[in-house]
Design a binder for this molecule. Structure first.
Ligand code: CUA
Length: 341
């Protein structure tokens, strides 16, 4: 009876791991599959070790227990050459069995792929608290939502703009840190299936670390080419010239739309087609539970960015002189800024 609450608690903890789209146990590509194979190998070895050790311990406890009428201290022994050799050799062998495939996998998808002409290159930069994605071959700089062709090697170069972050797409593999001190990391991922995968920052990096998500949209080749083409279209600005000017002087000093603006904040190009606003407000096009129209999410964000993502560096639009009505208009404009692909 005492075991029951314990088991219930255990079940509860396990069920907490049930977010399918964040599970390393459901690999969606060869890199993630390789990592899962390693996890299985290490768990198998651990289970065998545990069973053998527990069995020996139980045997010794029973066999050498104090028997009735036995009062004297049993004979004390010290040192056994044969046993010591065995219990040194076995762990050594087990570590080797683990190390060889681990090292193979670590180097299999590394910076060699950065020079592979077949690979799609993406320079990833971590920011507090958003992700920048630059495709050097296409000269495209986007944010929060990575679009990749399915089945292709995607070679990532990982950097940070401020503190340590860690780039992780549980379904596809990873994770690897974005280092400070200019050390650059590399990682290659491949998606087997067309789907939207969730990426995470896996290194505590500040107040909104938990909200530093991103999306990975794996699409077929034709859709990827269409996305690249749509992304490179000239910028769309608000139709109202006065609002457009205000948008240009304020927002575009950090953000970019198309070929205009800057790379300091996340790119807003085609933001109306993304599945999230600020990576955590779910847009209805994602079809996710609790999602809202893009415009509503944009209004929520623009009215109070700190309430959505504490500690982010976006200035409060109201402090910049935007009225509530203008914020509505900007949200309307951005929600309609979609990419046709
Ligand atoms: Cu970035 Cu945690």
């Amino acid at each position: 009876k005492r075991l029951l609450p314990l088991l219930a608690m255990f079940a509860l903890v396990l069920s907490g791991c049930g977010r399918e789209d964040l599970s390393v146990l459901r690999p969606q590509g060869p890199v993630a599959q390789g990592q899962l194979d390693l996890i299985k190998l290490s768990i198998s070895i651990m289970v065998v070790v545990m069973v053998v050790v527990f069995a020996i311990a139980a045997y010794v406890l029973v066999k050498f227990r104090r028997k009735k009428g036995q009062d004297e201290v049993p004979e004390q022994v010290e040192g056994n050459f044969k046993l010591e050799v065995i219990w040194t050799a076995i762990p050594l062998l087990l570590v080797l069995i683990l190390a060889v495939p681990t090292i193979q996998k670590v180097f299999a998808y590394d910076q060699i792929d950065w020079n592979d002409p077949e690979a799609v290159k993406v320079e990833v930069t971590g920011h507090q608290f958003w992700w920048e994605f630059y495709y050097p071959d296409h000269d495209i700089r986007t944010a929060q939502e990575l679009v990749i062709p399915v089945g292709k090697k995607i070679a990532f170069q990982l950097k940070t703009n401020d503190v340590l972050h860690s780039f992780w797409v549980p379904s596809l593999g990873g994770k690897r840190d974005t280092n400070t001190e200019g050390t650059v990391n590399y990682l290659t991922l491949i998606a087997d299936n067309e789907n939207t995968y969730i990426g995470k920052c896996a290194e505590l990096c500040g107040a909104s670390h938990a909200y530093m998500e991103f999306r990975v949209k794996a699409v077929d080749d034709a859709t990827f080419d269409a996305w690249v083409n749509a992304f490179k279209q000239p910028a769309v600005l608000p139709a109202d010239t006065e609002l457009a000017e205000k948008f240009r002087t304020n927002c575009l000093s950090c953000h970019a739309v198309g070929d205009q603006g800057g790379p300091i904040g996340p790119s807003l190009t085609g933001i109306g087609s993304r599945e999230t606003i600020a990576s955590i407000l779910l847009n209805d096009i994602s079809g996710a539970e609790g999602s809202k129209p893009v415009k509503d999410n944009l209004v929520e964000w623009l009215m109070d960015p700190q309430a959505v993502k504490p500690g982010n560096t976006m200035p409060d639009p109201k402090d910049l002189g935007f009225s509530d009505e203008e914020i509505e208009q900007i949200a309307e404009y951005l929600a309609n800024y979609k990419l046709d692909y």
